[in-house]
Write a protein that binds this ligand. Structure first.
Ligand code: BGC
Length: 952
């Protein structure tokens, strides 16, 4: 029996199987103002026929009753059929869950944690693993404390670009913008600042960074929360972000594990009402070389938490998939932290615990805010009756407590209390903006206290080094990608002229600024008027959903342009709407027109104009028409695109009067001045594309298309048949000409690369060294506690809805002979690819380094990103299977961004590791380096501009 069957059987055996129904859409209202029902339409006046209305009512009721019966029957039938239709059995079983505390990097933390956990009662251990229920405390996720031993409740909060539901915090450039900088330094600094802001607000666990979705489909609604579809760029960006966050003592979360590539059908029930979530069906090699790669980098960087995703993978829910959690994360990658569920991604009680889940969030059961946890009291009972072994329970608690020690959250000099005189609780509430409010908002505890202290965490000093606004602007500016710049129109100077020209006396330059995307939200002073930013109004600076945050302010392009151009020589002519009829009559006299357009997307629990996954890649709200109308009439046009990812710009990019195009991604709160930094050449144009801009959505291939209709309807299946060939790898291997390739972007200066040198460090050899032995995990008492230890304490004040670990007296928890899944007692061979944090340490051995000289041959200081791509040898045969191994034409394996003065030059050295030069062999279950044939190692400034090549 495979793990999916086991999961199902376990659910049947367990007392905690889903209690029917599907989780409703996640509450739309931020805070407590959720909209449960749609507003009722006014009823039309009743048509009464004399004497006949009673009869017609009876007939009507009968018809309604019959229809209802048919609907119920159809749904039951549908749900019954659903189970039989899902392709169970594609994800192998892997038990039991490896114990934490086996690697030296975590030794000290595990030794402290084991002492603490050894003293915890069973309810206290359960508290550490189970959220207290949606909106029962101040954060979007909260665990309960183990008070007797002094372990606090933990606050878990989104997220990847700022603190969701909080005040006075930075809304950073999105991850996709950050990876467009290709700057490791900025990635780290942004992570560090994000971590600091979360710490100062009292957040223990930051729900980010996101690296799944990776971006298989360019239309994926949440791609912008991550770092783009290349695993190496995404992996480096994720690792730098994690180092930054965790250097501030905040636990980072690598999410969403794994293959949650589209919003449609991501959840069972949920937004689309499908009885089974979509299953992402991935082969082992693709999983390792593509989707897992950034998670592996994250674990190597020491990430202390991983969040499993909503979807199924190979037809087993990601949060109860023993292969993914026990085998790959905990054995192969040596993950020592804890796995938490996405919000309601847990779909079973016992099965998920055995498969390796360590924490359930927000604690609720199968349905949103049902306060009917799969764990909580059910986990206490499962441990008492023997269906979850006490060793697993200990390990679940231990992993979280060890993560807490690992980040030194026990150390008050590192982890300062969020505000003087307060206990360790956060100093903001996710559920009200008022100063005074309920600590347990949704419960019957009506007592109130100060919940929002409005602590400003944006850093200090107007222009000071520690001012996060300065850093946010820098990242956003470097995340602007200049893709077209004919006649060197850009940069302009403050007089609106080419940068080396001065205005003649009394010369006045007219600059046109057109498009809603240049301005503020119409009729609203505040950029936060849409819940979770789920609408596209005014300039676009973030996508929407849990990965968005509250703007403390939003600097619009129009504001920055008004304050940046010289008033005496420039007149701005504006029309901040996409309505082409409102373009000024005098547009042909304008010297330079700036046209602003955008394309938005976001998480599935919100929809804007029918979108969360994008249905096409065009600009929205008539953007393409606006650009064409402006370019037709204006002398020269610069187009600025704010977008969540690639945009198809074929309608106008070759227009002879579209002279320049900037793909500005999602710049965050400092959008306007980041743009003027680039437009006016205060910064070089140094962003490079973290994705491919295709000429059509179709060009991304069958694998690049969102599944908008569930196929089959009851258990949607998405086969990742394209394997490794996503984004540029697909374009390259299928010889499809993109509009702009991955890695591409223009600079304001010119560059020359020369003197490529290869420095061999280690010989080629097929396998990593044998995996090192693990350390002994801590031993904890394994006796099952008495039933009485889980009784509600006497005089306990129970809050309504709050999830407690205690059992009501009538609950039976007698030990029984509960069967474990098939394969539970099969001795698993430890993975040869494991043995260290992030996998076998020898995967990180450097085998060669390439060095190159880069010269700035232009007149301006500039920044360039040198990129290294590897093409694997031809005709690689895998000895374990005798099969021929196919590779993408080339894959990014390293990069470095440098700043060089005009005329200056610099040597850059980029090492490549064993993993960089290996493929995942399904037969050997290990990374294998081809030893026959030649590697081609190319160096250049984009995936298609690779002037230098060397063989190895
Ligand atoms: C999202 C997660 C997020 C969580 C908590 C879920 O809907 O998928 O990314 O961290 O909500 O807000």
């Amino acid at each position: 029996m495979d793990s999916s069957d086991e999961d199902q059987e376990l659910e049947l055996l367990s007392q905690y199987r889903p209690r029917g129904g599907w989780s409703p859409t996640k509450p739309k209202g931020k805070r407590s103002d959720r909209k449960g029902k749609a507003k009722e339409e006014p009823q039309p006046p009743h048509l009464r026929r004399k004497g006949g209305w009673i009869r017609s009512r009876v007939v009507l009721y009968a018809v309604i009753a019959a229809l209802a019966a048919i609907i119920i029957w159809l749904s039951l039938h549908r749900f019954k059929k659903a189970a039989s239709k899902s392709r169970d059995g594609e994800s192998p079983a892997w038990y039991p869950s490896p114990l934490g505390g086996t690697l030296k990097e975590w030794n000290a933390s595990y030794s402290k944690a084991s002492k603490l956990v050894a003293k915890m009662s069973l309810p206290e251990k359960v508290n550490v693993t189970t959220g207290t229920g949606w909106e029962t405390n101040l954060c979007v996720g909260n665990t309960a404390p183990a008070s007797e031993v002094g372990f606090p409740m933990l606050c878990l909060q989104d997220g990847p670009l700022g603190i969701r539901f909080a005040d006075n915090a930075t809304l950073w450039p999105a991850a996709v913008t950050t990876s467009a900088t290709w700057s490791k330094d900025l990635m780290y600094k942004r992570g560090r600042a994000l971590g600091k802001e979360h710490r100062l607000k009292g957040v223990n666990i930051l729900l980010g960074p996101s690296m799944g979705p990776l971006g298989r489909m360019p239309g994926g609604g949440r791609n912008w929360e991550g770092f783009g579809p290349d695993p190496v760029l995404a992996g480096i960006a994720a690792a730098e972000t994690i180092r930054g966050i965790q250097d501030e003592g905040v636990i980072a979360t690598a999410k969403h594990y794994i293959a949650n590539e589209q919003e449609h059908f991501r959840q069972e029930g949920g937004e689309w009402g499908v009885p089974n979530s979509l299953s992402s069906n991935i082969d082992d090699r693709t999983l390792h070389e593509l989707y897992l790669w950034p998670f592996q980098d994250s674990i190597k960087a020491g990430v202390a938490s991983v969040m499993c995703s909503y979807n199924k993978v190979n037809n087993s829910y990601a949060c109860q998939n023993s292969k993914l959690m026990n085998d790959i994360l905990k054995d192969e990658l040596g993950f020592q932290g804890f796995i938490q569920s996405d919000w309601l991604a847990q779909r079973s009680g016992v099965a998920s615990a055995l498969a390796g889940l360590d924490m359930t969030m927000p604690g609720d059961g199968p349905n949103w805010a049902d306060y009917n946890s799969f764990w909580g009291p059910n986990l206490s009972e499962a441990v008492l009756n023997g269906s979850v072994p006490i060793q697993r329970m200990n390990d679940m608690a231990l992993r979280t407590v060890a993560a807490w020690y690992q980040l030194e959250q026990d150390n008050e000099t590192v982890w300062q209390k969020p505000s003087a005189g307060e206990d360790a609780r956060p100093n903001f509430s996710s559920f009200t903006n008022d100063r005074i409010g309920k600590l347990h908002p949704v419960t019957d505890d009506e007592s109130e206290t100060v919940v929002n202290m409005y602590v400003d965490v944006q850093g200090e000093g107007e222009e000071g080094e520690n001012d996060h606004r300065v850093l946010a602007q820098k990242i956003a500016a470097e995340g602007h990608v200049l893709v077209k710049n004919e006649d060197d129109l850009l940069p302009l100077n403050v007089h609106g002229l080419s940068y080396d020209q001065q205005p003649k006396k009394d010369q006045n330059i007219a600059i046109g600024v057109f498009g809603e995307d240049a301005g503020p939200v119409q009729d609203a002073k505040w950029p936060n008027q849409c819940e979770d930013r789920a609408c596209n109004e005014g300039t676009l600076a973030t996508g929407w959903g849990s990965g968005a945050a509250e703007f403390p302010f939003l600097e619009t392009p129009i504001h920055a342009l008004q304050s940046s151009f010289a008033k005496e020589s420039v007149t701005l002519i504006t029309s901040l709407t996409n309505d082409v009829k409102k373009l000024p009559a005098s547009i042909q006299d304008i010297d330079v027109c700036l046209a602003f357009v955008n394309s938005d997307a976001g998480e599935g629990f919100h929809t804007w104009e029918g979108i969360n996954d994008r249905k096409d890649l065009h600009t929205q709200k008539g953007g393409d028409e606006l650009v064409k109308a402006v370019a037709d009439k204006c002398k020269q046009t610069v187009v600025i695109v704010h977008a969540v990812g690639p945009v198809v710009i074929e309608d106008w990019v070759d227009h002879p009067k579209v002279k320049a195009v900037i793909l500005a991604n999602l710049p965050g709160e400092k959008s306007g001045f980041a743009l003027t930094d680039v437009l006016l050449g205060l910064e070089d144009a140094s962003g490079r594309l973290p994705y491919t801009v295709g000429k059509s959505l179709k060009d991304y291939g069958p694998g690049g298309q969102i599944m908008f209709k569930p196929k089959p309807p009851d258990a949607p299946q998405q086969d990742f048949e394209e394997g490794l060939l996503i984004d540029y790898r697909h374009f390259d291997n299928k010889s499809i000409e993109p509009r702009y390739e991955f890695g591409y972007g223009l600079s304001y200066t010119t560059w020359q690369l020369s003197a490529l040198r290869l420095e061999p460090i280690r010989e080629k050899s097929p396998f990593p060294l044998p995996r090192p032995d693990l350390e002994q995990p801590p031993t904890l008492p394994t006796s099952v506690p008495d039933r009485a230890t889980v009784d509600f304490p006497s005089n306990f004040r129970k809050l309504s809805k709050y999830i407690y670990p205690y059992l009501e007296p009538e609950r039976d928890a007698t030990p029984g002979d509960y069967p474990y899944p098939d394969g539970y007692n099969t001795l698993q061979q430890p993975s040869p690819a494991g043995g260290g944090e992030g996998g076998n340490p020898s995967l990180w051995d450097e085998h060669l380094a390439v060095s190159v000289t880069i010269r700035n041959t232009g007149q301006r200081k500039g920044k360039q990103t040198v990129q290294v791509y590897v093409s694997f040898p031809d005709n690689v045969i895998d000895d374990s299977t005798g099969g021929h191994i196919e590779f993408p034409s080339r894959v990014l394996r390293g990069f470095e961004k440098v700043e060089v003065p005009p005329g200056g030059q610099m040597d850059i050295r980029i090492p490549l590791t064993r993993r960089d030069l290996s493929y995942w062999s399904v037969g050997y279950q290990n990374w294998v380096m081809p030893t026959v044939g030649q590697f081609n190692i190319s160096v250049g400034t984009s995936s298609r501009n690779l002037p230098l090549m060397v063989q190895w």
